[in-house]
Design a binder for this molecule. Sequence first.
Ligand SMILES: [Fe+2]
Length: 304
Amino acid sequence: MIFGNWDAGAESLDEFLGDLRWYLDVMIERQIGGIEFIPGMQRYSLNANWKIASENFAGDTYHLIYSHGSMFRLDIRQINPANPNFRGKEREYYNIGLDNGHGLTGVVFGGERYEVDRELARTYGPEVVEYVEECHQRLIRALPSNQAGMYAPSFSNMFPNLSFNDFSALRPIGFYLWIPKGPCRLEAWNWCGVDRDAPQVIKDEARVDFTRIQSVSGIAAQDDTENFEQVTEATRGVVGQRLDFNYQMNVGQDLLKGPPGCPGRFSPYISETNQLNFYRHWVELMDSPWSGRSHGRRRAAASR
Ligand SMILES: [Fe+2]
């Protein structure tokens, strides 16, 4: 994956990512052979505004048990995620809001995701157990203990429109680009990432899991796109045009104290703090005066 910018005066990638890099480093460092993409990038169109998809990955973990409840009751997940463990752990799984509108949700520290992986790996045999342990050891060697203990950063959105999910060394890493095609039209681009050096059985299962769950043919993506389209459609009616969205859930409470040394603003995963973080940054950019020159100068003007 290559990041580029047509504006020679734009901030550097490091500046733009800020603390998001601290979290993405875990996803990238855990891969023994680096991330490899399964051939066949998917594209599909939907009648939705791109921001609804971005904010979903930035902060909406609370939709899981409602929108995807039927999926969790089916025996179709070849590799079970730690997601159902969210229940009853509202103060252990975090939303983490970052500068520049980036956000992560469903993040847990202290090795919980690693323990889930180890248990799951046993069902595949010694080669997969060894693989999971090696992934963990790579993180311990490369990163401070709190960072390594996160193991996988869960859901995240790189502002404005590139989302990821990564729960496990035994599951696919999803990359999702939400490309605006108009106020109510969106094109989704999906890629399925795997560790190049993962055991073949895990690479095969990750491909099937992605196809069944979060790809265009997958049950979760179809649940989500139905939400994205219906939320967008609801804004087009007479009443919808008069009312604002309500993003108050658990907003206004004191922020949580995250683990020492972990960057960002921590709140319970059942909250809309990250959605507000996303939209505040978007509004800041949209409302700032356009100088006709570089984005960097425009941002500087907005912060004055
Ligand atoms: Fe979803």
